[in-house]
Ligand binder design. Structure first.
Ligand SMILES: Nc1ncnc2c1ncn2[C@@H]1O[C@H](COP(=O)(O)OP(=O)(O)O)[C@@H](O)[C@H]1O
Ligand SMILES: [Mg+2]
Length: 644
């Protein structure tokens, strides 16, 4: 707002542009303060800029000291290349940088910084001192950014940046800062991102004189485990896909490691942490089939691509990027994550044992006996060797094995039983015949044990769990969750093929209905039809169910119809078939999955196991719960302290 006393007395006509003063260039300090408004939002932004500079300087050791959430003081000491004494004043100059020299270099920039304005911006809103020494110098030199005064100082090779009293000269800004704990939290967020991206760098953090974090240099997996915690460490899938110059790698958390908030989602593009809608969407879409709508996947993913293919100069804070070919990047990331999740399906015993069994608490009294989490298949996560390890014990070879033996096994006919149980006689998307038809009778179990990944049923526990023996040991299956998963995939395939088999009802089932339900029946006729439902409005308060999807003919039809109408109302007809398909399929599958407390015969249990083997992602139900655990003989031995 212009100061009224400075406004010229002569008023112009109302509404016309009013020029109160002559045009003049802004003073340097003010320009930097304006720039600081974008770059230096809070102490955490200072930490981010200083850390990026230290990494650009080749540091391998970072000591971060914060006081009062970083508002009072931030000190970052690195062991990077240092700044020559003569260049110290230049480092503080606006638009002065050692990182790029030309537009061509900007377009291929490989350093984290390049704008040459961070130090100038910070120095314009805080007290700042740089102490630095290069390997050519006998001692360090210190510069006071406020006065520009240089003085010799003690110090080893590297740079120590000290920032005090952030916003001391811009009180309006300072008022926007939050509590000490909140600002500290933001600083730690920034530090964690750097720590994830650079496990090869040792980092320690002190706050108000107390050590809060310390990470030694380590391999990527150890660093990820330290930062995301044990749950993530024991429930993630390594990922490493390359296509020409593109690479996506890192760790994708299993649904069991999902969270109520999106607070464990780390995406790095060429080593830079970014928050990018396109990438977030691609990952989210890949999880769609295994994760319930209100859960957030956890992941640490890296995308590497040629610098020319991505523009990092979109925002001064460089947290947003723009891809030259965003569509193919989206597809690449989506498929890489989706494949990793699908590959996990009922497959790798290591993954499941390490992931789920590891969460069981040891009951032994000695410290030695515990379910140590086995390394995941292809545990070298960054640049991992998962593809190679596939030839070992993982699911692909398992399935190949069972495929080879199928023709040679005398085959019982559990199909009728299976149909009776799951009502899938008319199922359009029947799995390959070898899977459902080849469950051998009990006498054959021992010979065939290693041909079937999930082994053969031993019995049932409390009508909830199926126990089976396979080559590795004991398999425990949550019947309801597993069946839900199978139905979900069957529906999905049938829907994709527009081949939902319809079961007309000889005697229509009528039910009372709310006005909104009546409305949905009338408006969403096409969608209901596509799903295999034929519902008719009988009166303003009742409807008749005349046909249902064959897969669901044995469900409680009234509550099924209600649930489907509720989904259609909540998400809208066209969306339940597209982006909300996941929710709808979940509703349908859940409604007909075999309930707990249902007695199954051994043949029925085996049919379920075979069906699981052919279902993609069979080891997570669509609510993100695991559907089966593998307890290996080794796990059992450890439990009983055998051989110790
Ligand atoms: N920790 C550091 N170690 C060595 N050089 C540094 C360090 N921090 C800053 N510099 C030097 O100061 C220059 C200016 O830093 P900055 O204002 O952050 O701009 P930018 O990082 O975009 O180049 C950098 O280009 C670099 O040469
Ligand atoms: Mg910088």
């Amino acid at each position: 707002m212009p100061d009224p006393t400075e406004t010229p007395a002569v008023d112009t006509t109302s509404g016309a542009a009013r020029r109160s003063r002559a045009i003049a260039p802004l003073p340097d300090q003010l320009i930097s303060q304006i720039a600081a408004g974008e770059v230096v939002e809070r102490p955490a932004s200072v930490v981010k800029e200083l850390l990026e500079n230290a990494l650009d300087a080749g540091a391998t050791n970072l000591r971060i000291t914060l006081d009062e959430g970083g508002v009072k003081r931030i000190v970052i000491a690195d062991d990077g290349c240092g700044i020559a004494p003569a260049e110290l004043p230049l480092a503080l100059l606006r638009h002065a940088t050692s990182k790029i020299r030309s537009l061509a270099e900007l377009e291929a920039v490989a350093t984290l910084g390049f704008r040459g304005e961070a130090l100038a911006s910070i120095a314009s809103v805080a007290e700042m001192f740089i102490t630095s020494r290069t390997s050519e110098c006998a001692h360090a030199t210190r510069i006071d950014a406020q006065t520009g005064a240089l003085a010799p100082a003690a110090g080893t090779v590297g740079t120590t940046m000290e920032v005090r009293e952030l916003y001391f000269n811009t009180p309006a800004r300072r008022k926007f800062l939050k509590s000490e704990q909140t600002e500290l939290g933001h600083c730690l967020d920034v530090i964690r991102r750097v720590a994830l991206a650079r496990p090869d760098v040792a980092i320690s953090v002190l706050h108000n004189g107390k050590a809060v974090e310390h990470w030694n240099t380590s391999d990527p997996r150890t660093r990820v485990a330290k930062i995301l915690g044990e749950v993530f460490d024991t429930a993630h899938l390594p990922l490493d896909e390359r296509a020409g110059p593109l690479a996506v790698y890192g760790c994708a958390g299993l649904p069991t490691a999902s969270r109520g908030r999106a607070d464990q989602q780390y995406f790095f593009v060429n080593g830079r942490f970014v928050r990018d809608k396109l990438l977030t969407h691609a990952v989210r879409a890949a999880y769609e089939d295994v994760l319930h709508g209100n859960r957030y996947p956890s992941y640490v993913l890296f995308l590497d691509l040629p610098p020319e293919a991505v523009d990092v100069n979109v925002h001064p804070s460089k947290i947003e990027v723009r891809f030259r070919d965003s569509r193919s990047i989206h597809q690449f990331v989506f498929h890489a994550v989706q494949r990793a999740l699908a590959r996990n399906a009922g497959a790798s015993p290591e993954t499941t044992a390490g992931g789920h069994a590891a969460q069981l608490q040891p009951i032994a009294s000695t410290g030695a006996a515990s379910f140590s989490a086995k390394p995941l298949a292809g545990a070298g996560i960054f640049g991992g060797d998962r593809a190679k390890s596939e030839s070992g014990t993982s699911g692909t070879s398992w399935l190949r094995q069972s495929r080879m033996t199928q023709g040679t096994l005398p085959v019982a006919q559990p199909l009728a039983l299976y149909d009776a149980l799951f009502g899938r006689k008319d199922a359009p998307a029947a799995p390959p015949a070898w899977a459902t038809d080849s469950a051998p009778s009990a006498a054959l179990h021992d010979h065939a044990a290693d041909a079937q990944p999930l082994g053969f049923a031993l019995g049932q526990v409390h009508g909830i769990y199926v126990l089976a023996q396979n080559a590795q040991g004991l398999v425990i299956v949550d019947m309801h969750a597993a069946h839900e998963r199978i139905l979900y995939e069957q529906f999905k395939n049938a829907l994709a093929d527009r081949a939902i088999a319809v079961q007309p009802l000889l005697i229509p089932v009528s039910m009372t209905a709310e006005p909104v339900e009546i409305g949905v029946v009338e408006e969403e006729r096409a969608t209901l039809d596509a799903l295999g439902f034929d519902l008719a409005v009988l009166s303003p308060t009742s409807i008749a169910i005349r046909a249902v999807p064959a897969l669901l003919k044995d469900a409680d039809l009234q509550s099924l119809a209600r649930a489907v109408l509720a989904d259609l109302q909540a998400y809208g007809g066209s969306r339940v078939l597209t982006e909300r398909q996941h929710e709808l399929l979940g509703t349908l599958a859940c409604h007909h999955a075999v309930r707990a407390n249902r007695r199954l015969t051994l043949d029925e249990m085996n049919a379920l196991l075979r069906q699981m083997e052919t279902t993609e992602r069979a080891d997570q139900c669509n609510h993100g719960r695991p559907t089966w655990y593998q307890l290996t003989l080794g796990d059992l031995d450890r439990l009983f302290m055998r051989g110790q």
